[in-house]
Design a protein around this ligand. Structure first.
Ligand code: FAD
Ligand code: DLZ
Ligand code: SF4
Length: 514
């Protein structure tokens, strides 16, 4: 009896639950390139190349292991363009007794999988995705009955449970968290190491041509594509990070520098999210570097916290709160996304730099996402769904399960504080402290008002004034609201007027641009 084993584009792992009990003599692995997945947002061209090239390489790897792969290419005649359409065609071809698939990353895909049994007349077995440390149920059990879902509490449980960076039941080095050492700006003359990038092979180049032809109007440049598309390359990228990036990862995790988008970050999220690397092996490699004396504990703990803590926690939030989560708009933000998010054409140098790098590499590091593009969206009151669709479109690592809570929960506080205890709102002073963007900007970060004043400054105060009824009772916002209390009403009105005048000059991108 044939089993049809469906492998989705971000399930490129030989240890995938779908493949666990595969009978190579009878079973068929189905992989599908479909137009719908390329267009549900207008993904960065590099992201589509990455997914399709990695899928094609993975199919080759499966075939070398004797697996029969039914691989549907985007240009194949008869391709229906959707997962469901292709599963139905595959069922007609192979007449399987059952279909097996691992939990998808995205809620909308799970909705579509749930229709397959009745549409295909074939039972579907949905298997847990055990590449993550915590199952969906494990997170839900942790979250149940808690009022606040603080990542730090979840992370400590994960550390204990997984025995990562633990010595005799205690956190390695005696502390759970070394973040206090981790927020330094980059010293003026420090340069970032050259990072391992991968020259596209013939297969990737073929996909680049396909994507340029099929998705010409999508955001982003293809020229500098350098992402790992195989597990072997991803393992090299991991080694490169452990040697070049990890030792200073902690110190300069929040730092930003013009024309240096990568700094000491790992650049591993695209490979992790596709399944080319396992989170376990990445955390273990970092821990081993510390135990061997090759990287300090503040760096290694900080890095492990991102993966064992944040990545797992974010996934848990997504699956526990969807589908209602996507509609959150706690701050009632309604402004359309400004066009410059797509073009990078703005006199604000920080935003210009981050958006141009996003176009070149389909990448920004966390603080660029949170405190530049995210902070601006928060202060400007951009509608959560618009900025959320933008993040989903522009990064090589973007999948809704990880992008949506980061955007709605962390960047624009649309969930009203389910994840963050306060909005990550900051004036230009933060960007000035953590980057070298401000010298050379058309605006002056030291000025609070007037035509040359940094827009982040008056937008920050205008945000606080506007959101006073919703935020002033938050004890973590007490300090700025105390300052504001000392401002005469006329000063508050002048700041509001200046912010509105600036926002009114921004051209909005047409609705549905993502
Ligand atoms: P590093 O800084 O080297 O971190 C190591 C790893 O930790 C990352 O590879 C990633 O797997 C994990 N990680 C770090 N921070 C987070 C986080 N906040 N949530 C989940 N995992 C984390 N990450 C995505 O993978 N996909 C997204 O679509 C995505 N969208 C984001 C949107 C916004 C608005 C924000 C603020 C953050 C988003 N992140 C997303 C989280 C984070 O910015 C990226 O994971 C990180 O920048 C990837 O680069 P890196 O691999 O060099 O990460
Ligand atoms: C992102 C993406 C793209 C662009 N194309 C495909 C595809 O053609 N086939 C496929 O299986 N997966 C693709 N993906 C990744 C899927 O969107 C991803 O597997 C789901 O979001 C998981 O829920
Ligand atoms: Fe950004 Fe303001 Fe600095 Fe210009 S002055 S780079 S707008 S923070």
């Amino acid at each position: 009896m044939t089993t049809l084993r469906v492998i989705l584009g971000d399930q490129l792992s030989l240890d995938l639950a779908t493949l666990a009990d595969l009978d190579a003599a009878r079973d068929i692995a189905l992989m599908m390139e479909v137009q719908d997945e390329g267009t549900y947002v207008r993904h960065h061209k590099q992201k589509i190349v990455l997914v399709l090239s990695a899928m094609r390489h993975f199919a080759e790897q499966l075939r070398e292991r004797g697996v029969t792969v039914d691989y549907i290419r985007l240009d194949d005649p008869g391709n229906t363009g959707s997962f469901t359409g292709e599963v139905l065609r595959a069922v007609a071809r192979h007449r399987p007794a059952r279909i097996i698939v691992t939990e998808p990353g995205e809620w909308r895909v799970q909705q579509c999988i749930e229709t397959w049994t009745s549409l295909a007349g074939t039972p579907v077995e949905l298997r847990a995705d055990d590449r993550f440390f915590a199952s969906r149920g494990r997170f839900a059990a942790w979250a149940s009955g808690r009022r606040g879902w603080r990542m730090e509490h979840f992370y400590r449980e994960m550390r204990r449970e997984q025995g990562i960076l633990m010595d005799d039941g205690e956190p390695a080095g005696g502390e759970w968290n070394y973040d206090a050492a981790n927020r330094q700006p980059l010293p003026k003359h420090m340069t970032a190491p050259t990072r391992r990038r991968f020259v596209p092979d013939a297969l990737t180049r073929e996909v680049m041509t396909l994507v340029a032809r099929r998705f010409p109007d999508h955001f982003g440049d293809l020229e500098e594509f350098g992402w790992a598309v195989t597990r072997a390359d991803a393992l090299q990228a991991l080694d490169d990070f452990i040697v070049q990036g990890l030792p200073l990862f902690g110190d300069y995790q929040d730092a930003m520098k013009a024309d240096e988008p990568f700094l000491f970050h790992s650049l591993l999220s695209p490979a992790l999210n596709l399944g080319l690397l396992y989170p376990r092996e990445v955390c273990r490699a970092a821990e081993a570097a510390w135990r061997a004396g090759a990287a300090p504990l503040n760096a290694v703990e900080g890095f492990v916290r991102q993966i064992l803590g944040w990545r797992e926690y974010i996934r848990g939030v997504y699956w526990t709160l969807m589908p209602d989560y996507r509609d959150g708009n706690a701050l009632q933000a309604t402004r359309a996304l400004p066009t410059f998010y797509w073009t990078g054409e703005t006199a604000m140098r920080c935003l210009h730099q981050v958006i141009k790098d996003t176009s070149r590499h389909a990448y920004s590091h966390h603080i660029q996402r949170l405190m530049v593009t995210g902070n601006f969206a928060l202060l400007a009151g951009i509608a959560p769904r618009e900025i959320e669709r933008w993040y989903l479109a522009v990064y090589a690592d973007a999948y809704e399960w990880v992008e949506m809570p980061n955007t709605l929960g962390m960047a624009v506080f649309a969930d009203g504080g389910k994840m963050a205890s306060k909005p990550y709102a900051a004036s230009g002073a933060y960007i000035h402290r953590m980057s070298n963007f401000c010298p050379g900007c058309a605006y002056d970060v030291k000025l609070k008002t007037g035509p040359r004043a940094c827009p982040f400054n008056y937008l920050y105060w205008a945000f606080l004034i506007r959101q006073q009824p919703r935020l002033s009772a938050n004890p973590r916002m007490a300090m700025p609201y105390r300052t504001l209390a000392g401002w005469p009403r006329e000063r508050q009105l002048a700041v509001l007027a200046e912010a509105d005048a600036f926002l009114d000059t921004l051209a909005a991108s047409p609705a549905g641009d993502a």
